[in-house]
Design a binder for this molecule. Structure first.
Ligand code: ZN
Ligand code: ZN
Length: 215
């Protein structure tokens, strides 16, 4: 005799293709438990809340694209493939808004309850098939959130903000500088014969008129 038939879930009348309330939960009845069975999964699901780190994250409700292969194995269901999600955040250097996307590879075994894998693993170490369903959300969340950059940048060579005026350096002319206005420095500047109020004083080489560099 084959293993006992899957226990009937309480009587939702002929569930058929009834859309699952939670789109992250994958119905495994189609895949079945025969080792070697395969199912391709290509679906777009809304991002839950909280997929973020301090400066960047996946907007709640945004389209998360799953391109996964489910493979029935002895111990459970092996999930491999990739997950792609849009990102919004702000640059850690200049605070400009960032829009980006992230794609992560996943490969994870969801063990059957009662399988050897479950029995020999610590409770938090293994993801489990829940009855006829497999919940992809914790896997997707963990993988994506762990891959988020802690210091995202708007571009690799972002120069950040001017420490004196707080403006974005990439938006300012290259020779952007500030006069020495702090009175504590003014005294020192005077001693070295630099006028604290003369804008030319801070750049000793003023032979080339700055205006010629402007477009
Ligand atoms: Zn930036
Ligand atoms: Zn400045």
């Amino acid at each position: 005799m084959p293993a006992a038939p899957a226990p009937r879930r309480d009587a939702a009348p002929s569930p058929g293709r009834r859309p699952s309330a939670n789109p992250w939960k994958i119905d495994l009845r189609e895949l079945g438990r025969r080792a070697g069975a395969l199912q391709e999964l290509d679906r777009t699901v809304p991002a839950p809340e909280g997929w973020k780190v301090e400066l960047i994250g996946v907007p709640t409700g945004a389209d998360v694209h799953l391109r996964l292969r489910l493979e029935s194995v002895m111990e459970g269901v092996l999930v491999t493939g990739e997950i792609e999600a849009p990102l919004v955040g702000s640059c850690a250097r200049c605070l400009e808004p960032i829009e980006d996307s992230i794609t992560v590879d996943v490969q994870e075994l969801f063990a059957y309850e009662g399988s050897t894998t479950e029995a020999t693993s610590e409770e938090d170490e293994v993801r489990l098939v829940e009855g006829d369903f497999l919940d992809l959300e914790p896997l997707a969340r963990d993988t994506i959130v762990l891959s988020l950059p802690l210091s995202p940048v708007c571009s690799e060579d972002c120069s950040g903000l001017c420490v004196d005026c707080g403006l974005r350096l990439d938006d300012l002319p290259e020779d952007h500088t500030h006069e020495i206005t702090d009175p504590r420095w003014a005294g020192l500047a005077q001693r070295f014969g630099i006028s604290a109020t003369d804008p030319d004083a801070s750049s000793p080489d003023t032979s080339g008129d700055d205006t010629t560099k402007e477009n």
